[in-house]
Design a protein around this ligand. Structure first.
Ligand SMILES: [Zn+2]
Length: 133
């Protein structure tokens, strides 16, 4: 196994971003140069696994290769460190979502390569279950 393979694998199974060692800003996806202070002293940094939903949308139209997941919900999530990411929202009906819904990172099948049958995994978000009774 080559080192680059494991580095990439890491990025799929943990949300690895970057943290600037100079100004402390955190980024996802990872950056080579800090977008805030332009320092090149940035290190891999794992993103928090929870955040809240800022907005969301229901996608009914097919994206080739994703037909089995229709309809798909996509959301803009603000992680607990303030970093914003767009990702698929799973494990909940669209109607149950609200702005501000607490979500957590889950790692799920993203798609299956039609040619090779290889399955790709990536991060998605699911609502945090709140016990209200
Ligand atoms: Zn910086």
């Amino acid at each position: 196994m080559s080192i680059p393979f494991w580095r990439n694998r890491d990025r799929y199974y943990r949300m690895l971003g970057s943290k600037c060692q100079k100004c402390g800003k955190e980024f996802f996806p990872s950056v080579l140069v800090c977008r805030s202070c332009h320092s090149t002293d940035v290190k891999d940094f794992e993103m928090p696994q929870s955040g809240k939903l800022l907005s969301y949308t229901l996608q009914k139209e097919s994206i080739s290769g994703f037909e089995d997941q229709e309809p798909m919900v996509f959301g803009l999530v603000e992680l607990d460190n303030g970093v914003r990411v767009v990702a698929q929202i799973v494990d909940t009906p669209y109607e149950a979502l609200k702005m501000g819904t607490k979500v957590r990172t889950v790692f799920r099948k993203v798609r299956t390569d039609g040619e090779s049958g290889q399955i790709y995994y990536g991060y998605k978000f699911a609502p945090v279950r709140v016990t209200s009774h």
